[in-house]
Design a protein around this ligand. Structure first.
Ligand code: PLP
Length: 287
């Protein structure tokens, strides 16, 4: 059955939703996006996702008056119109600068942003692949230097993920010019050493993950020590546990980094409790 999607104010059949070839998102990746999880008919961390979307728009000067209640209504409607109330999945939401003849110059002229959204049904709390754990390889981070802005400029992460999978792994962690891990292709990266949760500090080098934010809160609530600092792949390979976070994986254990098995090659006890607590709290706080 074809999905109902949202495009510029209308709910359409997915085959009817069309965008101009002059959309600056199409031509220049001049667009920002969010992906929000839904579980048990609840949107997870919805408010911080919308706040990050607002920040991304500001950072690239797309003028758009974001109406929180309206956005919530669109997200809720998409779940309802696609009969996903008893399912789990993701809602993708994109805003581009709009349609204008191709020009590198971003003109002052006001154009109307293109706004669209669609659902993706996905098992989040019960995905056997996630339960089993992921094999990560390390690759060079060749992205631009404003990774804190959630733009649709995703070609390199997409190529890196494809390369990892073709090499028999599940995903890649990206390394900066000093050999330190920035983040995963579409997730934040963590290790646990001496019972301490370690993840790179916030800066322009990484996306400020919404799941990251909640996980660090959950870690503190569980009285775990947290260190926000860079780590390299050697430290990661020698860690006690490792995991990633994102709206689309929640928390997924990492059980192998390059050729080194982490712990006993299954989800570690701290990652397990973090995952269980995160899921419980997120559903409870979801809207
Ligand atoms: N880092 C990158 C590069 C991402 O693309 C994503 C999600 O798409 C994340 C981190 C995780 O962010 P969030 O937890 O907000 O989904």
């Amino acid at each position: 059955m074809s999905r109902k999607v949202f495009l510029n104010g209308d709910y359409l059949d997915e085959n009817e939703a069309k965008i101009s070839i002059f959309d600056r998102g199409v031509l220049f990746a001049d667009s920002v996006y969010e992906v929000t999880a839904f579980i048990e008919n609840k949107l997870i961390d919805f408010k911080p996702h919308i706040e990050r979307l607002e920040r991304s728009l500001k950072e690239i000067n797309i003028e758009y008056n974001l109406d929180y209640d309206r956005f919530l209504e669109i997200h809720k409607n998409l779940i309802r119109f696609n009969n996903l109330e008893n399912n789990e999945g993701l809602i993708y939401f994109q805003i581009s600068r709009g349609n204008i003849d191709r020009d590198f110059l971003i003109k002052d002229q006001k154009i109307k942003p293109n706004v669209f959204s669609f659902t993706q049904k996905k098992s989040l709390t019960n995905d056997p692949k996630i339960e089993k754990g992921l094999h990560i390889i390390s690759l060079e981070d060749l992205r631009w230097k404003r990774r804190d802005i959630k733009t649709t400029q995703l070609l390199y992460p997409s190529i890196a993920k494809t390369k990892a999978i073709r090499m028999g792994a599940d995903d890649a962690w990206l390394l900066d010019e000093n050999g330190m891990v920035t983040e995963g292709t579409s997730n934040n990266a963590y290790i646990i050493s001496n019972d301490t949760v370690i993840t790179r500090q916030l800066s322009n080098d990484i996306l400020h993950g919404i799941t990251r934010r909640t996980i660090l809160q959950v870690s503190s609530d569980l009285k775990l020590k947290v260190e926000e600092r860079p780590f390299d792949i050697e430290e990661a390979k020698n860690s006690q546990e490792a995991f990633i976070t994102s709206a689309s994986t929640l928390i997924a254990p990492v059980i192998k980094i390059n050729d080194k098995v982490i712990g006993n090659g299954t989800i570690g006890p701290i990652t397990k409790i973090l995952r269980e607590t995160y899921v419980k709290i997120s559903i409870k706080n979801g809207i």
